[in-house]
Design a protein around this ligand. Structure first.
Ligand code: SF4
Ligand code: SF4
Length: 298
């Protein structure tokens, strides 16, 4: 038995078939095919961190603007792990679809590259390592399945230049897989850890400002050299984000904290808790006083 994390690239009523790298599929998509653009006209595309870096850099905008303009949120699991999908028109068409095809083709996301196949990450029960399989979805509108070309999944991945995407997103898929399989045993994640997950996964430019802040630098032992790299290199920063997520979500010691940082954080939290308690007591006293006055007036 195993648990699967894969979101089908497009909503499909069709039961997918599980495949391995050496399995062949009969499929070809090309301009001029009768169903040209039909898949993008009903897009349901979940995004991974490296997808966003490629797309926001293609559009030459910051990640926050990309998220606001081109994506919608959804929940990946019952614990509220946040996911994002490409925004569509009211009719369901991808905003990047043009008559001649995808307007960001060379930087299109992983799910679009795989379609009509997809990556299926699984973790067998009792095993610590994840397994990779693939799937294929046959949707009636997609005529690529009628074309006379056979290709192995391994070659299709090469043709669609998806290996690099899988490699760079791999740690993130593992984090989600681990969160899904261990979630209930280590409790629901706090709002703060979910916010960090969102920022480090999807909003890389905001995460860069967070990592460069004095408060972050006072907490973690990161060298100036590393900070300079994160200031310029989206991929290095994304990978640093994965390490930080492992620390925050699973308590793994992936990034060294400064001496006394834990105590300092605990002290700060104590101060905040004490302050909140005072506010609650004040509110309670105020309500009691109002009730007393109202009773006297009666
Ligand atoms: S990003 Fe491109 S390939 Fe993907 S759904 Fe949109 S138009 Fe189609
Ligand atoms: S063959 Fe399939 S993937 Fe290609 S344009 Fe048609 S519906 Fe889209």
């Amino acid at each position: 038995m195993s648990e699967n994390t894969f979101e089908l690239p497009h909503n499909s009523p069709v039961e997918p078939t599980r495949l391995e790298l050496e399995d062949k599929i009969k499929f070809q998509c090309h301009k001029g095919i009768s169903c040209w653009n039909e898949c993008c006209a009903r897009a349901d595309v979940s995004l991974a961190p490296y997808d966003i870096i490629r797309m926001k850099n293609h559009l030459n905008i910051e990640s926050s603007e990309f998220l606001n303009t081109y994506t919608v949120p959804f929940e990946i699991d019952a614990h509220g792990i946040p996911g994002i999908k490409l925004r569509t028109t009211d009719d369901g068409a991808c905003l990047f679809m043009k008559e001649e095809g995808c307007s960001i083709y060379e930087d299109r996301p992983t799910a679009c590259r795989y379609y009509p196949s997809g990556l299926l990450s699984m973790r067998a029960l009792g095993k610590s390592e994840d397994e990779r399989h693939f799937l294929m979805v046959k949707e009636p509108h997609c005529k690529g399945h009628d074309e006379d070309r056979e290709i192995t999944i391994a070659d299709y991945r090469k043709e669609q230049v998806v290996e690099e995407f899988d490699e760079l997103n791999r740690d993130w898929y593992r984090i989600i897989l681990k969160k899904k399989s261990t979630g209930p045993t280590i409790g629901a994640p706090s709002d703060m850890s979910l916010q960090l997950f969102f920022m480090a996964s999807y909003d890389v430019d905001r995460f860069r400002r967070f990592v460069g802040s004095d408060s972050f630098k006072s907490m973690y032992q990161v060298t100036d050299e590393e900070f300079s790299k994160y200031a310029e290199d989206d991929i290095a920063l994304m990978q640093f984000g994965f390490a930080l997520m492992k620390q925050v979500l699973f308590g793994e010691l992936t990034i060294k904290e400064r001496d006394g940082a834990y105590d300092k954080r605990t002290e700060e939290r104590k101060d905040i808790l004490a302050y909140r308690k005072e506010v609650e007591i004040d509110k309670h006293n105020q309500k009691a006083e109002e009730a007393r006055k109202a009773a006297l007036d009666d």
